[in-house]
Design a protein around this ligand. Sequence first.
Ligand code: 6PG
Length: 469
Amino acid sequence: MNQYDFGTVGLGVMGSNILLNVADHGFSAAGLDLNPEKAALFEAAAQPGQSVFGTISPEAFAQSLTTPRAIMLLVPAGVPVDMAIESLLPHLETGDIVIDGGNSYFTDTNRRFMALKEKGIHFFGMGISGGESGARFGPSMMPGGDKQAYERLRPIFEAIAAKVNGEPCVAYLGNGSAGNYVKMVHNGIEYAIMQLISETYDLLKRGLGADDEQIQQLFADWNQGELQSFLIEITAEILKFKDEETGSLLVHVISDWARSKGTGKWTSQNAMDLQVAVPSIDAAVSMRNLSAHKQERLLASQLLQNAASDDTKTDLEPIFRSLQEAYYFAMITIYAQGLAQLAAASKEYLYEIDLQEVTKIWRGGCIIRAACLESFRKAFSDNPGLQNILLDSDIAKTLLDRQDAARTIAKLAIDKGIPAPVLLSSLSYFDGYRSAVLPTNLIQAQRDFFGAHTYERTDKEGFFHTIWE
Ligand code: 6PG
């Protein structure tokens, strides 16, 4: 009774890997799953001497945990989270902590947070990134909720999180649903970077005629320099992986219809609500949607044939250099958009998110970990109120140094007819953001012309309407 330090509900791969990670760090761990086989498998997977307990009984599970209880739900987002909470509630006490470790929508977390608060239970929404192996050997974790209650969780979370230079990739991120919100934006950035990589791949393959080995080598080389990141690293791995059945590269026989579970779409949708511009994330979501229209694309590929020039076999080395710089440029502006969304959401939803902490814990364990995160962290450390990393002088310089390459590659994509919406929107975001004057005065005039919506003037205060005709 009351002897286990930490518990999870759900002993699927994520749940059992998190608990085994907890046990590896000297804590005792209990798991609840409705499936007795999973409970038994979890116990069997522990090392001799580790203190673990698997059960199918919510009551036995709750009784096994030290109080105040720390229980993480690792069940699919949506109704299963509410069901898991319902099954636990009769066995919980004031001061207990329930953590939702899935990709829940932040408004669901707000609702659960308030409902459990009334019962004296602390609810945390916590994004976990890093997939199955991250859960087992060190994820990046993004918790939000009650700051004081977090102290109960801190020793365990800091022990099991990924480490960068000895620093754990977990930190208290803010009030209410801040943790789920940060993870949602993490995923929006993830979508945009994955799309950017696939655009780069397409440009190399279809646009420039580079062969598989050249492309694979390029990504492998990039991972040794300023582009070092998890997504570039796995791309280099994927591009040399052979399909056993056909002997060709596996990627060549994978269908081009990209599925999604919705977190990228949520990021775009909420950015629209907050009136924050995240065009590169929007473009990435749109391209996954477009990829689903396979039949139409096949028809269109016949009807709308590309008349682009076929001068593919030129000297590729100088273009590789420009591609690298263009990729870096677009990648930085993608992070800039996501981090600006977090700054806006923090204000709107009173999260009090510390962006230095966010960039610190994204340096390791998570899917969007990358060498460049260190410079973002420095930017927020130098200026905690920074609204957009493009306003940091060091980051601005890295972009100015690479903007010519980004323009060269954007033109190349356009000339070759290769779709590159994330690259192009990143460049437009940069150009829009650095424009002291935008042509949106014309939009205001048009709105007033046809709808008497009024406009403001640059030379005097107030709202004005003109009879235009
Ligand atoms: C992570 C990932 C993960 C996400 C998948 C799938 O950080 O480990 O973001 O949480 O669920 O990447 O997302 P899609 O199915 O929407 O592509």
